[in-house]
Design a protein around this ligand. Structure first.
Ligand SMILES: [Zn+2]
Length: 491
């Protein structure tokens, strides 16, 4: 009993410092999570408690020495407050892209920082820190060292246990995402790209192609491909649309699938260097522009940068953000880029149908109801999940038809090529989302549209495609098909 009484101040101190850290740092990673009902909130509260428990272990070890705590804890706490403020206020994702912007101090980030709420938040953090430090100076930090350090070690190892069981559970949240963002930023890219492209020949003089790189769209949820729900009414009304029903990919997540689609890499190949489709187009004097609504991942960022220009419409919000821009924001830059010159290859990289579905479309497209109302998947019905997902397909239908209208207005032959990087599990064998096994994940949507003048000029090309639309093909096709449509001849 005496023992307990003597360590009571230490226990109170650690409770206090962890609550402060939850309020100022770790809580920010949960703030924007859409949740509904007591159960879902309780589950995410438990999630936060588990995360904070792992952090508590680290704080304990820092607290053992007065000066280490004063210097290291203070420095970490205040730097983390910079990130958590953005997470609270703008739901930004701490990724290597954000780290890059901070370290290379891009002006838009600096302007973002100097706002009144930010100054107030930071001042509050400084005040709380001073309370924490004063409290710390009043305790004897090494009291019952053995018991407490064993407990702290257990807390820290909980991190590895959870990450092992469900990778990504903790690592994408504060404070861990800053560490992994830094690690990614300093890491040498695994991807080696071919920089010396041999001479290519171009047989089409003026052409504009929009390549839409989609996200998480499975082929069998398009009414264009025979899905019983009307999810693609606008594309069905459109002439000159060819939709493939049996495209196959082995890859079930963006980081693996996108590099394969954008380069000459064949499925199953691991040979490097890879040749970017944009490098080949550049060599053929075709202007290449990437307009993206996804943050650049290391897996495909270097390929993106082989475009002659890159426009990212919402570069600090990854799929982990809940108030990310809608894909239609890309239509305006598309408009201005389309007008500039010919020939052109413009890529639109969508956030598409990536979870959380409700943030991927506007209210106008909420046709199938009831929709999902909580991010906690097990509390959602299969009907809700599929309704929300199908609404994202309706939105895709609108988005692609807007792209087509813009291409129709051009006075040169135009084409649109759409491919999704992979599909999505919608309750098959009780499983959801992607980045796992499952046939429906490996059959993404693949759609073409050609203008009347393209069709008139290159009719055999269009007819050949039309003839094979129900044949099984793989994503190896995309790279060569794009070059072919652009009129580039390679060996
Ligand atoms: Zn993806």
């Amino acid at each position: 009993m005496d023992k307990l009484r003597s360590v009571k101040p230490n226990i109170l101190f650690h409770l206090f410092v962890n609550i402060v850290v939850v309020i100022f740092i770790t809580g920010a990673s949960y703030y924007h999570t859409p949740l509904d009902g007591f159960k879902d909130n309780a589950i995410y509260l438990l999630h936060l408690i588990l995360l904070q428990t792992t952090v508590a272990g680290l704080i304990y070890f820092l607290s053992l020495s007065k000066w280490v705590f004063r210097i290291v804890f203070s420095a970490l706490f205040l730097s983390y407050c910079c990130f958590s403020f953005w997470s609270y206020s703008q739901d930004v994702s701490v990724t290597s892209g954000l780290i890059q912007a901070v370290l290379e101090s891009k002006s838009d980030i600096v302007i973002d920082v100097i706002t009144l709420p930010y100054v107030l938040f930071f001042m509050a953090a400084v005040v709380m820190l001073s309370f924490v430090l004063r409290f710390h100076s009043k305790i004897k930090p090494r009291k019952e060292f053995l018991i407490f350090s064993i407990l702290a070690l257990l807390c820290v190892s909980l991190y590895f246990f959870i990450e092992n069981k469900r990778p990504g559970t903790l690592k994408n949240r504060l404070p861990y995402n800053v560490y992994f963002g830094l690690k990614d930023y300093f890491k040498k890219p695994d991807l080696i790209l071919n920089t010396s492209i041999s001479k290519v020949e171009r047989i089409k003089d003026s052409i504009k192609v929009v390549f839409v790189l989609g996200e998480t769209v499975r082929a069998d949820h398009l009414s264009l491909n025979g899905y019983e729900r009307e999810t693609t009414p606008l594309l069905e009304k459109e002439g000159n649309v060819i939709s493939f029903t049996k495209l196959h990919t082995d890859h079930t997540y963006t980081g693996k699938s996108v590099p394969q689609i954008l380069t000459d890499q064949n499925l199953g190949d691991t040979i490097q260097p890879l040749t970017s489709v944009f490098s080949v187009a550049n060599k053929a004097n075709i202007k290449t522009t990437w307009i993206g609504n996804q943050t650049l991942e290391d897996s495909f960022g270097p390929i993106t940068e082989t475009n002659s220009s890159v426009i990212l419409v919402d570069k600090f919000k990854s799929e982990f953000s809940f108030n990310k821009e809608l894909d239609e924001v890309m239509l305006q830059p598309l408009d201005s880029v389309l007008k500039t010159s010919t020939p052109q290859l413009i890529t639109l990289h969508m956030i598409g149908s990536h979870w959380w579905y409700e943030n991927r479309y506007s209210d106008l497209f909420r046709k199938f109801t009831p929709v999902i109302d909580s991010k906690y998947v097990p509390s959602q019905s299969k009907e809700q999940m599929i309704n929300s997902y199908d609404n994202t397909i309706l939105y895709l239908d609108y988005f692609l038809s807007e792209v087509i209208q813009k291409l129709k207005a051009e006075d040169v032959p135009t084409a649109m090529v759409y491919v999704s990087d992979h599909g999505e599990l919608l309750g098959e064998d009780g499983r959801w989302l992607h980045a796992q096994g499952g046939d429906v994940l490996k059959n993404p949507a693949y759609i073409f549209w050609f203008s009347d003048s393209f069709r008139a000029k290159y009719s055999t090309e269009v007819d050949t495609l039309s003839a094979i639309k129900n044949e099984p093909i793989t994503t190896d096709d995309v790279y060569f098909r794009l070059l072919h449509i652009l009129g580039i001849e390679t060996k």
